[in-house]
Structure formats: C-alpha cells, structure tokens
Design a protein around this ligand. Structure first.
Ligand code: FHN
Length: 417
C-alpha cells in the first residue's frame, strides 16, 4: 500500500483513534470550510511589482519583507465587504458543517482583538471590527461549528517566533519564552472569548518540542475539553491525523481519524493571479474519494483585501451544496464502503445500505460489481427516472443503466439488501 505522510497522533495517548466520542460530530461532518485570510490579501501575490511565486500567505517570507515594511499593510486593511453571515450561509449552502478560520497565521497578524499584541484587526486596522467574533456569532446563528487555525511555531512578526531569519538572529531567539508568554496566552484568549470552539488547527510544528506540544494540548483541553486538536500540533500529539496539503491517500485509511486540507485553486491566501480553479466535478470527486477512504475534506476559501469571497469559489461551493442536497445521504455519517481500490467508482455505507459513487460512467451503461449481498438498487436522486435494472451473473452484481451519466459530476446508486 502506498502511504501518504500524515501528522499522525500516536494511538493510545488519549482514547484511541475511531473511539473517542468527542470526535463523533467530526466523523459525521465529513466536509468543512477552511478560511485563510489576513493582510497578505492586500499584496495578493505581488510585491513591488514582482510576482512572488508560491502560496499567497507566504509572501512575507518568500520576498523576505522586513517587518517594518510588512506591518504597513495593517493600516491599509479595511475589508468593508467582510460579511460573516454571508460566509456562514455559504458554508451551510455548500454542505460544510464546520468552518476553520486563521486566527493567526505565520505572518503573526491576528484576525481577532488580542490583548497580547496590537498587531490585530481590532487595534491595528481602520476596519476595527473583530472578524473572529462576528464569525462566531454568524456560525452560531447558522448552526455551523467554528474551529480556529493558530500558527503555534512559525511567527514571522514575533521576535522569538520561528521562521523570520531576515529580521532576527535565530541564535538570539527564545522560542520557549514565545510559547509560554505569547502562544499560550493567545490560545487561552481564542478559547475563552468566542464561545465553543470545535477544534484548534495548529500547523507546521517544525521546532516545537514534545513537552511544548503536550502543554498546548493540555491547555486546550483544560479550557474546552471537547475542543479537538489536529495532528499538526506536532510530536505525534493531537486528536486526529492531518494529511499533507491536498493529499488524498490512494487506499482506505480505516484505522485513523484523518482530514485532508485542500485548496480550491493553488493558494490558501488570496492571490490575484491564481485562476487555476479546480472544477466542480473534481471537487465533488475529491470529497467522495476522501469520504470513501474514511477522511474529512477541509476545503479552503481565501477572501480578498476587501473581504469579498472570490466568485469562482462561491460558484463551486454552491454547486457542491446542490450535489450534496441530493446525495448527502451517501456522505454524511457514512463509513468507508465494501468495495475499495476501483478507479471508476467509490463506495460508502451506512448500516446495511451501500452507496455506489460512479466517477466514470460506462458508455454501455453496464456496471459489474463483485459479489455483494444486495437485492435492490435505486438512484439516490429520487428525481432521476432513467431506466435501471439489477441482475446477477454468476456471483457478480450487474447494474444496467442508461448510456449517459445521470449526474454529470458523480452519480450515486443506493444498494440495499
Ligand atoms: O504553511 C502553511 C500554509 O500556509 C497553509 O496554512 C497550509 C494549510 O494546510 N499549512 C501550511 C503548509 O502545510
């Protein structure tokens, strides 16, 4: 089996993977919205007229922008189009059950009113509104769970944070002091001031030591015991495993709880010149593929400098939601299905029902499945009236449908005993 790399918590640290009931909602949810947003959406991938390669939120590091210069973005940040209700409603329309917002990314800028630094949206920008607070309220109104990304190791703005080698001399940095006297108080703030937080999405553990990861884990659970922690906390700690960015494992991963974070184009933070949007079909197939192998899909949006969500993201999320409105039974609350490792289709299951997701509809409309103890097959989409039959040939189950795929993205067939 080909393995992809994970940030994978050790089993047995806490109640074992697939057993901890605090993850029940997360296992049901399958699909979440990631939001990468900050002052990097102003340069949007271009610095001093030059296109800076790579992901947009890394522009400060990639262009080695001195803090004194990069800080000048904050007073320009006035995202008057930011509308937390629109975001929460979009997530709901997309069928996403949780949102994860960057409370602080590697550039150190905070999207909430922090008492630990003025380098935040409330105290450091003309906008002056608490983006996180507004999103927390909007999520509560829409019944969406809210999680927070927090960059615990990299902080290119803090003198003792990791990663900024152009402003600071690493040999003089005190990373332990940064963890104890900056990260911990900030983690306490975000878990104390914004109601229930469903998870903390730590990232890029790099140099964090085992005891520091453990202390952060304990801190999170001491404030909100039900708050999950992703595997990128580091040192094999956390409540669930995180795959590499955009990585979908080739095979079933049943023994762990895992999630794939993913971009909708090629960047997390907004980049004006990135138009490489994945197609709706690709995104739906990614969701199905991940769910059929036991994972969750955390799909990103990157609002622009005004706070507007790029239109291509909105269109794709709405189309995914339309597909889920019809086919959601085959996704939410399911387990990986009995047939794995096929190129043309995926399976999920719930109780005795198996959902067959057809990616490549055969030209003759004939689908041959290995022996399965199933006696009925129907379109999951009740409005589909294409002729369809189920028969057995030897031990194989033969489904005969139309020559054209009933659903241009993924057709779902419900198989029952
Ligand atoms: O460096 C970050 C990156 O900016 C982004 O936040 C992604 C999301 O998974 N995580 C890191 C790279 O893996």
């Amino acid at each position: 089996m080909t393995e992809i790399e994970y940030f994978k918590p050790e089993r047995g640290q806490r109640p074992g993977a697939n057993e901890d009931p605090r993850l029940d909602w997360w296992r049901e949810a399958k699909f979440g919205m990631f939001i990468h947003w900050g002052v990097y959406s102003i340069p949007a991938g271009v610095w001093k007229g030059e296109h800076i390669p790579g992901i947009g939120e890394w522009i400060m590091l990639r262009a080695e922008i001195p803090i004194a210069e990069y800080e000048k973005l904050a007073p320009q940040f006035n995202p008057v189009k930011y509308d937390a209700d629109q975001i929460a409603k979009l997530a709901k329309a997309a069928g996403q059950k949780y949102i994860v917002l960057t409370s602080k990314h590697h550039d150190g800028f905070c999207l909430y009113g922090s008492s630990e630094t003025d380098y935040n949206i409330v105290d450091g920008t003309p906008f002056g509104r608490d983006v996180l607070g507004e999103l927390a309220d909007a999520c509560a109104r829409e019944g969406i769970k809210l999680g927070l990304y927090y960059s615990q190791t990299q902080d290119w703005h803090h003198p003792d944070g990791f990663g900024n080698t152009w402003d600071f001399n690493e040999d003089e940095q005190n990373f332990g002091d940064y963890i104890d006297n900056y990260v911990k108080p900030q983690v306490r703030e975000i878990l104390t001031n914004y109601g229930p937080i469903c998870l903390i999405w730590f990232d890029t553990p790099r140099i964090i030591e085992r005891h520091q990861s453990q202390e952060l884990l304990d801190l999170v659970h001491s404030i909100q015991p039900d708050c999950l922690v992703c595997g990128r906390l580091g040192n094999q700690l956390g409540d669930y495993a995180t795959a590499q960015d955009n990585a979908i494992p080739p095979d079933l991963q049943a023994e762990i709880d895992w999630e794939t974070p993913a971009t909708i184009n090629d960047t997390w933070g907004f980049k004006a010149h990135d138009h490489n949007w994945k197609s709706t079909t690709q995104l739906i197939q990614n969701l199905v593929d991940i769910v059929s192998k036991g994972g969750n899909y955390l799909l990103n949006i990157g609002p622009d400098a005004e706070g507007a969500i790029p239109e291509p993201s909105i269109e794709r999320l709405q189309a995914m939601g339309a597909w889920l409105d019809v086919n959601g039974d085959s996704i939410y609350g399911t387990q990986p299905g009995p047939i794995q490792g096929e190129a043309a289709y995926r399976t999920t299951q719930k109780g005795d029902t198996v959902y067959l997701h057809v990616f490549d509809w055969p030209a003759d409309g004939r689908i041959v499945l290995p022996d399965l103890d199933m006696s009925s097959a129907t379109w999951l989409d009740a409005s589909c009236d294409a002729a369809f039959s189920l028969s057995r040939e030897d031990r194989a189950l033969v489904l005969q449908g139309p020559a054209e795929a009933p659903d241009e993205n993924v057709t779902v067939i419900k198989l029952e005993r």
